[in-house]
Design a protein around this ligand. Structure first.
Ligand SMILES: NC(=O)c1ccc[n+]([C@@H]2O[C@H](COP(=O)([O-])OP(=O)(O)OC[C@H]3O[C@@H](n4cnc5c(N)ncnc54)[C@H](O)[C@@H]3O)[C@@H](O)[C@H]2O)c1
Length: 368
């Protein structure tokens, strides 16, 4: 049998220092720098000094020395870990923050806004429509009143930079001191069905403008306002960011789509799908640039939902409902309430270690 690559990178004296009996349980497969340590009978842990491919000594992470290597004290690892003292349900509470919801006049946005109010948040809904739809809006308002939360509505076109900056600035400015702005759920968007060779350039630009540029403007305005108010925050390190601590940091959730990752069978949807692919990639880059400054960013990628948006597609192409059912592993479309769980999770401290991710909730549509 040939010598494993990992063994070849270790010096003779290092190999001689292996002192413990070799068992198949002493090593699990691991990547440490460039060195792959396979779970075979060739190695034992013991006092072995592992090296990476450039010959640097790699710390041997055992239960005993994990605290030293990770930079966390034993206390922090156990009871003092940021979320350790929170009960399961309180992890998902939003009662200490204000959350901005775009596309909040109806559909997914308004359903999520309702769920955020129920989780204790103050919520500001924004949408291009002059008024939110009834009777849903009145229901959310009266629930907010009974819970002592606040909900408000404002008209906003997410493609207008000036309006986006001033609206989001004033929401940050006027948030209750008990409820600083710590969340953004962005659901505003439009769809367009058209064979790709026929799409006129104005329609193409409009979809990109609302879905992609709109996502950017709203996120950018949010981040600028957040950073303005947290500029005195101490610099964070990769080991201990403010974001991972309960009660700190902010979370942005952008609505992408399963269509941001696949072409939809039976739908001529190229521009919409490209715009949503852009949203997923934008969020990854925001996560890269902002997570150490206190803002986590993730995307939600829903499958087909029963809303006004899909109804408009059905009006155009009546065969679509049957097609959607056939291509869903669960054999049905979703309803907006089925996305409350993932969004609350992403906006709350429960997801404190999650950023740059895309949560796909599509009834198994893209699994096959
Ligand atoms: N319905 C689905 O099957 C489905 C699937 C995946 C993703 N999504 C996404 O979910 C989000 C919500 O969609 P929905 O299904 O609730 O549809 P919807 O049409 O009910 O909601 C979209 C909202 O965005 C608003 N909007 C459109 N242009 C705007 C602008 N320029 N400025 C501000 N607001 C604007 C609309 O007025 C509307 O209230 C969208 O981003 C959509 O792409 C929907």
């Amino acid at each position: 049998m040939s010598t494993p690559r990992a063994i070849r990178t270790l010096s003779r004296s290092t190999l001689a220092s292996v002192s413990k009996p070799i068992t198949s349980r002493t090593l699990r497969p691991s990547f440490t720098g460039g060195l792959y340590l396979p779970a075979t009978r060739h190695f034992a842990t013991g006092s072995i000094r592992r090296k990476d491919i450039e010959g640097r000594i790699v710390p041997d992470v055992t239960k005993e020395n994990e605290a030293t290597v990770s930079g966390l004290s034993k206390a922090e690892e156990a009871d003092e870990a940021p979320l350790a003292r929170q009960s399961g349900p309180s992890l998902f509470s939003l009662s200490d923050r204000t959350i901005i919801v775009t596309g909040g006049a109806r559909g997914l946005g308004l359903t999520i806004a309702h769920a955020l109010v129920q989780s204790g948040a103050d919520v500001h809904c924004l949408d291009i429509l002059p008024e939110p739809v009834e009777p849903q809006w009145s229901e959310v308002k009266s629930e907010a009143e009974s819970l002592g939360s606040k909900i408000s509505y404002g008209q906003l076109n997410v493609t207008s930079p000036e309006d986006v900056y001033s609206t989001i600035g004033s929401i940050f400015q006027n948030a209750r001191s008990t409820h600083p702005v710590r969340g953004l759920y962005h659901a505003a968007g439009i769809n367009l069905l058209a064979p790709v060779e026929d799409i006129d350039i104005e329609s193409f630009r409009r979809v990109i403008d609302i879905n992609l540029v709109g996502s950017h403007l709203v996120s950018q305005a949010f981040a600028k306002e957040y950073f303005k108010r947290h500029e005195d925050a101490p610099p964070t390190s990769t080991m201990d960011t403010g974001v991972t601590k309960a009660g700190e940091g902010a979370s942005i959730v952008l609505t992408a789509s399963m269509s941001g990752t696949v072409a939809n069978f039976g739908l001529d949807n190229a521009v919409y799908n490209s715009s949503k692919a852009g949203v997923i990639q934008l969020a990854r880059n925001y996560a890269y640039e902002w997570s150490k400054r206190g803002i986590r960013v993730n995307t939600l990628s829903p499958g087909y939902i029963r809303t006004a948006m899909t109804q408009a597609l059905f009006d155009q192409q009546p065969h679509l409902p049957e097609l959607f059912l056939r291509t869903s592993l669960l054999g049905r479309m979703s309803t907006p309430d089925e996305f409350r769980g993932p969004v609350i999770y992403l906006l709350s401290d429960a997801s404190s270690f999650m950023t740059g991710a895309d949560i796909l909730v599509d009834g198994g549509h893209t699994a096959v």
